[in-house]
Write a protein that binds this ligand. Structure first.
Ligand code: F6P
Length: 325
């Protein structure tokens, strides 16, 4: 690389639409500040495999509109072991970078935190996960696109459900956070939502459907939040049939929610946060995250963003019940 100062950037964990926009912003903001950028392939695995590529202005051309991440991502269980983190830190020091930008979710943030705590590596983290479940920020890159993708799919399911006068269970991603589930439930006019990690009262779910049918509804949609394990919808389908006599079709949306062109909102988040992360390292910050708080972009100490956020505004469930009457 030609200049003295450089940084590295990686994407880690589940990908999310808008990560490419963040990468583009990192590279171009760094260029403006006279900083070179190494892209690390496949997340923390790339540090262990010493797999990096210099990123220049042209290398991030024509990617802002693309889903996924062009430098790939991975989940790296071995990075959770101190010896591997030591090897990663040694490699970063060998490269001579002044800091590492990590785009990812909660597990990725924890990896960055340890790299900083144990080896003094300056880190700036950008929240990127469709789950929107990082403590300390109201939004993560990918959530908006994933919810819109789910909404589009559920609108289609509604068409066939109405034609056949059927009830559908639609399972959406988002692990235990429930943010995707409650958002798509409200915005698709769903009849009910099931959160496997909270109290599930299937009798209420069944009566929401039968009440609707009795007043003339021609279709019903029940959103199932993914919870800790994909596929729980199968169990609910069985109970609804065997205990409540409710016949349903099940559709698990799955990874379709992680792909596709990022929404304007996610491109915007990525563009702003990429620039903020570069600026943070440039100014000598050592362990920060770019966050949205009360609608404003700001930097937060990384330690405030290490936990999973597994809640959402409970009044939204009441709103759903009211709107589904
Ligand atoms: O964390 C993002 C996410 O898409 C979750 O919603 C989902 O549970 C998980 O990743 C799936 O992970 P994988 O792609 O590794 O199966």
């Amino acid at each position: 690389m030609s200049k003295n100062r450089s940084i590295a950037v990686l994407c880690s964990g589940g990908d999310g639409p808008g990560m490419n926009a963040a990468l583009r912003s990192v590279v171009r903001s760094a260029y403006k500040a006279g900083i070179d950028v190494y892209g690390v392939y496949k997340g923390y695995e790339g540090l262990l495999e010493r797999s990096v590529v210099p990123l220049d202005l042209a290398s991030v051309g024509n990617i802002i509109q693309r889903g996924g991440t062009f430098i790939y991502t991975s989940r790296s269980p071995r990075f959770m072991e101190p010896a591997h983190r030591a090897a990663a830190a040694a490699y970063l020091k060998e490269l001579g970078v002044m800091g590492l930008i990590v785009i990812g979710g909660n597990g990725s943030f924890n990896g960055a935190h340890l790299l900083h705590k144990e080896w003094g590596m300056p880190v700036a983290c950008i929240p990127g996960t469709i789950d929107n479940d990082i403590e300390g920020t109201e939004f993560t890159i990918g959530f908006d696109t994933a919810t819109n993708t789910a909404v589009e799919a559920i609108d289609k399911i509604r068409d066939t459900a109405t034609s056949h006068e059927r009830t559908f269970l639609v399972e959406v991603m988002g692990r235990s956070a429930g943010g995707i589930a409650i958002t798509v439930a409200i915005t698709t006019g769903a009849e009910a939502v099931i959160f496997p990690d909270r109290n599930v009262d299937l009798s209420q779910v069944a009566s929401a459907v039968t009440r609707g049918v009795a007043r003339g509804k021609k279709s019903s949609i029940i959103i199932v939040a993914e919870g800790e394990k994909e596929g729980l919808g199968h169990g609910y389908q069985k109970i609804l049939r065997e205990t409540y006599g409710l016949d349903t079709r099940l559709c698990i949306l799955g990874h379709i929610q992680r792909g596709g062109n990022p929404s304007a909102r996610d491109r915007f988040l990525g563009s702003i946060m990429g620039q903020m992360a570069v600026q943070a390292l440039h100014e000598g910050q050592t362990a920060v995250a770019t966050v949205v708080r009360q609608g404003q972009f700001t930097l937060a100490p990384l330690v405030e963003c290490l936990n999973k956020r597994n809640d959402f505004d409970k009044s939204l469930v009441e709103l759903l019940d009211t709107l589904a009457l």
